[in-house]
Design a binder for this molecule. Structure first.
Ligand SMILES: [Zn+2]
Length: 433
């Protein structure tokens, strides 16, 4: 039994006692007693009823008491004995190590007519994507500000008739771009097209025109791919209903085909001015893993190896050592410059790569001037310039198993004068009070 399961059982006991107006019971004490019962092999339901009686409760807690069904939208953290009816939008196994032991848990998304929620099943469950299921004795916790649904060892998940769930539960969810995540099911998005290109793709032996690009609303940007010609043009605003979301390195990608509905709306629905880089604190970015065109601010806490002058293969632009490319053998190297750094804003940290252009701008020197210097002097200069200083970065953020990195398109120092000014102002206000 996991710690979370025990918490959920303790919740049941406390709730039962509360109904008897016995709300001065110590949670810790109940937990200790319950753990003792479990240790001695007492069946959990019996242990719970014994404890409820011990603390003066009368209500007999039985697992057969029919709980009321809860809508996903009404779920709150730390609820126990949760009963739900929904359909499995996504389910994926994941190997995890729990106390040194490998075990398979399942991550997924459950949807009903009120919304969707991610769930974690700590044991195996016999359901598939698309199944309509009735769930009893699930519990909820809070994770990074969001409600998370959990299936512990008491859960019952049973397949049931599709018709028990209203049709609307299967309809596309209306979402902002910042809320798009993979596995969410069909979505309904209103966005402005920022970029569009087409290319020919081979689909079942036939050549087909595929359209892809970037779309945006006031909350963020996403990539899209359309497998059908909806006459989508740059700068137009569309409502796209019935697309699916996939994710690459944390960046959401909306994919839709001829089964989707794509309606052109007034351009004023989403004005161009609303589409600036999406600003976010680093812990949010790390949680999202990646995002298109973000703006972040933080302190440079490290300049990493691989910064300064580097050599690239003239054929494939890979970084090379000693004029040997792993693909092209001995080649004439091209000298380039870059900075790899770690940015921290107090809530989280990300890596960042500044290419030649961005490096030249922030250093105020051209590659040609830098080439005349020694590598160690350049690195010393970069360290002095950046370490412990605040900068603003704009670019795409990509997440992988090593964390999140920003491929910077723009970098600048935070205006220190402005900061001093605001501090002075705050001080003056303080003196007035
Ligand atoms: Zn090469």
């Amino acid at each position: 039994m996991t710690e979370e399961d025990i918490k959920s059982h303790v919740d049941d006991i406390i709730n039962a006692l509360k109904e008897e107006s016995k709300d001065d019971i110590s949670r810790k004490e109940v937990e200790n007693e319950l753990e003792k019962f479990i240790e001695y092999g007492v069946p959990i339901d019996q242990a719970k009823q014994t404890l409820i009686k011990k603390y003066g409760g009368l209500t007999v807690l039985t697992s057969s008491t029919p709980a009321e069904r809860i809508m996903i939208v009404d779920l709150k953290p730390n609820q126990s004995s949760v009963k739900l009816l929904g359909h499995i939008i996504a389910i994926n196994p994941k190997e995890v190590a729990v106390k040194g032991e490998n075990r398979t848990i399942y991550y997924g998304i459950l949807g009903d007519e009120s919304g969707t929620i991610p769930f974690t099943s700590w044991g195996s469950i016999n359901v598939e994507k698309g199944d309509v299921v009735e769930i009893s004795n699930a519990y909820t916790r809070e994770w990074q500000g969001a409600v998370q649904l959990n299936f512990g060892d008491r859960v019952q998940v049973e397949k049931t008739d599709k018709n028990r769930l209203p049709k609307v539960a299967f309809e596309p969810k209306e979402l902002k771009i910042n809320d798009l995540r993979s596995g969410i099911g069909k979505v309904d998005v209103t966005a402005r097209i920022i970029e569009i290109n087409s290319h020919d793709a081979d689909v079942n032996g036939e050549s087909k025109k595929v359209f892809s690009g970037i779309l945006a609303d006031e909350t963020g940007k996403a990539q899209f791919t359309s497998w059908h010609d909806f006459n989508i043009k740059k700068d137009d605003v569309f409502r796209i209903t019935g697309g699916y979301v996939k994710s690459w390195k944390g960046i959401p990608q909306l994919t839709f085909d001829s089964t989707a509905s794509v309606k052109k709306l007034e351009k004023s629905k989403i004005s161009k001015d609303d589409l600036e880089s999406n600003k976010m604190p680093l812990h949010i970015l790390v949680e999202k893993r990646g995002a298109l065109d973000v703006q972040v601010q933080g302190t440079v806490i490290d300049v990493r190896a691989g910064s300064g002058l580097i050599n690239r293969c003239s054929e494939c632009k890979r970084v090379i050592q000693d004029s040997i490319c792993s693909i092209h053998g001995k080649v004439e190297g091209i000298t380039d410059i870059r900075i790899k750094l770690v940015l921290d804003d107090g809530t989280g940290a990300v890596g960042a790569i500044l290419n030649r252009e961005v490096t030249e701008t922030i250093m105020g020197m051209s590659l040609n001037d830098l080439k005349k210097m020694k590598q160690e002097d350049i690195l010393e200069m970069i360290n002095k310039l950046l370490i412990a200083n605040k900068i603003i970065l704009k670019g795409n953020a990509l997440g992988d198993e090593f964390g999140t990195s920003i491929i910077a398109k723009d970098a600048k120092f935070v205006d220190v004068d402005l900061k001093d000014e605001s501090e002075k102002l705050a001080k003056e206000l303080e003196d007035l009070l």
